[in-house]
Ligand binder design. Structure first.
Ligand SMILES: Cc1ncc(COP(=O)(O)O)c(C=O)c1O
Length: 490
């Protein structure tokens, strides 16, 4: 047996994981093991997919105990991003966030976090019984969207919460705002605690001179990248990077084993390998083309007279997030999103009250840019012809204080970790004023909570939520019926 294991280790070659899977799929070795399709395309399952979908068999290592294949692949990822150690993730950035927080903040301890975090951060607070303290956030002047966390805000939040065991920020934000991670890392490290950067939207950072650097190179201790969001990798794939001595890496590995499936998909992992190899081999050319095509599109869109776009603000606004505002047209973000979908067959990433968001990555073709540019120029010209003017509540992007996903930070009455387990009842939105929320309420995407269990529902919140519903947005956590209802604590 020992001999066989040794042979198994030796069998690894330096071929890409995809080519190893293809070779194995074409081989004569009969699969007396999982998965149950046995490499056959049964029903509508494509043969090409089943043929490369294996599990941890001899020669293919084990993600949870990497000895050769995954050790090599993860080392390659670390070298590419300038990290000390990297981990392949198959449960998205979600499991990287859960593991990073769990390994750095213990039950009852405080996590200092951006209020605009993805729900995974809140889920971690709930699962591990943490105290959440929030870093106050600003608004991008003139656009009403949440700004990335600033060093000053972190400094002042740490003064108020000296008991914090880790700080978590989001950069880039969903809309592409980028924080000054280097300065924030210095502030956090002065307290001797780690900085976690949810860089789910920034796996491409640092690959082109116009992009901001990735946070591993700016002093962050834990960095999470969704490779599936901005690199050519399959959905669910992500990376977790760790640096420095402030993180207990054994604990980190323990939580990765807990939060990740015990049967990681080799197809997904091969797609991470493929994406990173492309970045390594052809990154300069691919990202250079991406940048110049994107810049050309935004340059042409400057002709628009009604539509507005979040400006390319040095390295503080990420390349690739085209945030389209209705300006003073009177159209809501949802209406623009619907027009682009129905009239121009362009499927956008998301719509919010005042704006919608189209994502561009290294995977876009010239045709994609051309179609988006033409559609927006045509739509803008039509708005000018029809003399669109602002009419209602939605469509007031210039009102900096009415951020679509940034209502005022609410009052926390009961910690989330306790509140989500309390007895709750459903009441109408109208009757929910001043009650304590029992469920997450968020716009999806991006899944940033507007209300967290345990928070008081302010006098303005029901009306605000109703305005989002009326605008046709997907507000999760509200039950639809004749009247919208929300869960509140009994
Ligand atoms: C800022 C942010 N962090 C984390 C996540 C979760 O990423 P994943 O879908 O890879 O689990 C998302 C998903 O949209 C996100 O927007």
């Amino acid at each position: 047996m020992r001999q066989r294991l040794r042979t198994k280790r030796k069998s690894i070659t330096l071929d890409s994981l995809f080519s190893q899977l293809v070779k194995y799929g074409e081989s004569d070795r009969y699969p007396c093991h999982m998965p149950g399709h046995k490499r056959n395309g049964m029903g509508e399952l494509p043969r090409e997919l089943a043929g490369i979908d294996i599990t941890e068999i001899d020669g293919f290592d084990n993600l949870h105990q990497p000895e050769d294949l995954f050790r090599r692949l993860q080392e390659k990822a670390a070298a590419l991003y300038g990290a000390e150690e990297s981990f392949y993730l198959v449960n998205g950035s979600t499991c990287g966030i859960l593991s990073a927080i769990s390994a750095t903040v213990g039950p009852g301890e405080t996590l200092l976090m951006d209020r605009g975090c993805h729900k995974a951060v809140y889920h971690s607070v709930y699962l591990r019984g943490l105290q959440a303290a929030y870093i106050p956030s600003g608004i991008v002047a003139g656009y009403g969207i949440r700004e990335a966390t600033t060093p000053e805000a972190v400094e002042s939040a740490l003064r108020k919460n000296p008991q914090a065991r880790a700080v978590l920020i989001v950069s880039p934000t969903y809309e592409g705002r980028i924080a000054d991670v280097g300065a924030i890392a210095d502030i956090v490290h002065k307290r001797g605690i780690p900085l976690i950067v949810d860089e789910a939207h920034g796996a491409h950072l640092g690959f082109e001179e116009h992009f901001a650097p990735n946070s591993c190179r700016l002093g962050a201790d834990l960095v999470i990248h969704s490779t599936h969001k901005t690199l050519p990798a399959l959905t669910q794939t992500a990376l977790l990077h760790v640096n420095g001595a402030l993180v207990d890496r054994d604990l980190l590995r323990r939580f990765l084993r807990i939060y990740q499936t015990s049967s990681p998909s080799y197809v997904l992992m091969a797609s991470i390998d493929n994406a990173l190899s492309l970045c390594e081999r052809e990154g300069k050319q691919l990202f250079g083309e991406f940048y110049s095509r994107y810049a050309e599109m935004t340059q042409q869109l400057r002709q628009c007279k009604r539509l507005r776009f979040l400006p390319q603000d040095g390295k503080r606004q990420d390349i690739g997030k085209l945030v389209i505002f209705a300006g003073d047209s009177g159209l809501s973000g949802r209406e623009i999103y619907d027009i682009l979908r129905e009239k121009y067959n362009l499927q956008l990433e998301m719509a919010a009250g005042d704006y919608c968001l189209a994502m561009f990555t290294v995977g876009d073709t010239r045709e994609g840019y051309k179609r988006m540019t033409q559609a927006l120029l045509e739509l803008d010209a039509e708005m000018v012809r029809e003399d669109h003017k602002a009419t209602g509540e939605i469509g007031r992007a210039a009102d900096a204080d009415r951020g679509t996903i940034s209502p005022p930070d609410p009052e926390v009455v009961i910690p989330l970790a306790k509140a989500w387990d309390c007895k709750a009842e459903l009441v109408s939105l109208d009757a929910s004023r001043d009650r304590i929320c029992a469920e997450f309420v968020n716009l999806y995407p991006p899944g940033v909570p507007l209300l967290v269990p345990g928070e008081r529902i302010s006098a303005q919140m029901p009306e605000y939520l109703e305005s989002l519903r009326q605008a046709g947005l997907d507000v999760q956590g509200i039950t639809e019926g004749e009247t919208a209802q929300i869960r509140v604590l009994c």
